[in-house]
Design a protein around this ligand. Sequence first.
Ligand SMILES: [Ca+2]
Length: 444
Amino acid sequence: MTAIARALALVTLLAGEVSAQSKLKMIVDQDARGPCTTDIQSILMFVQSPRAEVLGVTIVSGDLWMEQELRHTLRALEIAGRTDIPVYRGAVHPLVHTQDEAKRWETLYGKQPYQGAWDGEAGPYETLPLREGEPTIGPAEGHAANFIVDVVNRFPGEVTIWGGGPLTNIALAIALDPELPRKAKELVVMGGGIAARYRREFNWWFDPEAARIVLRAPWKRISVTPADVSTKTRHSDEIVARIARAGTPLARYIEEFHAVPRDPSNADWVPEIFMWDELSAASVLDPSLITETREMYIDVDIDRGIQYGYTLAWEPDQHEPPGVAKVNVHVDVDLARFYDLYVELMTRVALRHDADDLDESHLGQRGPQLSPMGVEVETPQLDLDPEGFSTLLLQEELDCVARFVPRHGVGGTRRRAVGVRELRSRFLLPDGSARWAKLSSMRE
Ligand SMILES: [Ca+2]
């Protein structure tokens, strides 16, 4: 095959992807406990989805301190091969709420069962070693709130902001640009709770003032995934096994580090494996998974009493509290389809239709092979350590792709990076060995 023919095959391959223009432009804001957990796994759903274009990930203290979460996130993106996505440092502390105040509250009203970063012994700027390995990449320059303002203003009416943690970064962005909510497409957050047992939900309790600012801002549309519906989900052993079969670096990461229930005997309350944030992410990527929604007035109590940080909710025909937003509340989910989507996204490389078509007899052979889309490749060239898979980017491949993939405005650089990543995934063989073809032969 001539170099030109190979190039055409490559361009056809890339054109098969969902175009950048039709993708959901996403800002993913998260308090990213790692490795794995609902926080990282929901970020990965967005970055793995062909429906989403993740413009950036913004990190906020919550489950852990921001700096530690930042490193978990960078490492997870490395493992997923998405080092092209910028990750921004965000808020270190809530706007008003402090650990001392939380302790004082406990002396009056009783124990708070979970306090995220405040439960840990490390301080906000101490970093602990990562079990999943240290990231070799760093965060983007600038602050999360500035990034949110910049991106929403760059793409008015197009950007969906998804928040899976305390809403401090988004509140800061609104303080910088009060018109920001009108310019975004939609806000979707995991947080709050409607039933009595869920009203003290961590994300909104950790920074109640931020949650109030964000919920009361003039968004075109707000959707909330409350704890009530999140707790219907389970990141079960069966799901882990389905993902593990893919054998990709990402699948191995989940297999090795997925959270396990601290109390397996209590099937009703397993916060470690509730898919709190994954469900909310899925509601963005495929809204049809949410089978029941309800419009309610939703707010957060910021009075310094026994319900500080608790969710307030009213039925629309009950009361119209002034200044409080009517919110689209997720009530029920098609669990089977949700789990299928999650597994599909987490195994996407290995389960791609073309990967399925690969003839397993090719495994272990050397010399030129004909791939499913007709590009002549040499395989296998490399048996990569999964740890190194995502960080290994051959410059010659990048050069090769860059010559044939047209620039798309501001997304030009990103698009080229995606092209390389997609090429890798196309040649990743489903035997778990993380082999992929070297494309240097495509050079003229
Ligand atoms: Ca979270």
